[in-house]
Design a protein around this ligand. Sequence first.
Ligand code: ADP
Length: 426
Amino acid sequence: MIERCHLAAAEISELGVLSHSTVKSAVSQLGPLKVTRLIVTDHNGLAIYDSATPNTPPPYSYVLFPEIVQALQINNAFSYTYHDGAMESRAATPVISFGALNGCVYMMEYDTTQGALMQSLQNNILAITLVLESVVILFSLAFAKGFDRRMRQIMDSIRIFRDGDYTHRVKISGRDELTFLGDEFNELTERLQKSENKRRQFVSDASHELKTPLASIKLLTDSILQNDMDIGTIREFVGDIGSEADRLNRMSQKLLSLSRIETQADGDCEIIYMGPTVERVARMLSAIAKECNISMELDLKDDCPILILEDDLYQITFNLAENGIKYNIPGGKLTISVHRSEDNAILTVSDTGMGIPEDAINHVFERFYRVDKARSRKTGGSGLGLSIVRSMVERNRGTISVSSVPEQGSTFTVVFPIFDTEEESS
Ligand code: ADP
């Protein structure tokens, strides 16, 4: 359309003076322009010729369509609109004569063929949009249904779990966040199930262990009450009751200590050198060692700083050394050493005692485990000492191991990471 406007503008620009008659004859010479309406204005926008009324002479009126306004500012203008099934295109170009603006040519085309094309395009787009929208809605519904079903599965599992069935596991298909949630849930339930089993086992073991001294006390008191006894036997029985009570006391203290390890937060760890604490334990046990005729030897290197709860280090060393005396033989030896190996501080407690049989060595750290129940009971053992040691070692980032040769002795080795203050601060 712009081209056609240019053609008409070129023809009209040669007229010199623009008037209705000159423009009309120039337009007639252009041949068929195939436009619905042609308007020629002067440089002020005053219509000189309008193809809608080609024979109507002046007075003229101003035609200030947006395209005409633009053309009078010496620009080519084009716009189109589509309505009522037809395409309306508008174009305007300035008429320049001798380098000055002389007017403008405006053309408008009302095209129903293009309109029909647009209409069918519009219908097609509408149909495609509707189909797409329906597909999206169907997909959304299917997805929401699936999501809802899987979510309900998880909620049901949580409810079953809450009601106490720790064996229940959720099965979620797919590979999305809900599947991850299901996996996390299963892992959580597995852990809880394990810890619940452990707790049940602990409660049953503990009550079983407490039952034995209580039964002895009951038996001894019944014997005293039911039989005529001389004062010497009564004293002996009461003494036995006292030792059983002591055993109960020791056991309950160890149980408390175990539960404290499990429930307490890590507490205030401090950087300490192991030597002085080990010496303190040795001093504490020297009387019992002497009583049992066990010689004690210390080999303590003083380059082993570690980050630990001091009470824990004391208890670890105490339990291991006490066992080294308890399960030793008269005239035996207990050696405690502390040394450094690369970045580790190593505490070893060795004895020359009875040793631990091979089949028992993997169980000695279990709660209430005793190799020789009779001997352990006689020595006041509860089977809790080593499990306390292991829990304390692990909560202080250490490891513990044992090697033993029956009838020759055992060596317990505890390894803690060295805490070098200089290195750590740099
Ligand atoms: P207990 O209070 O019975 O000593 P522990 O947990 O300290 O409990 O030890 C568990 C068992 O491991 C003991 O009953 C004992 O049979 C065995 N044991 C521990 N330390 C030694 C050792 N140094 N020598 C031989 N046996 C040991």
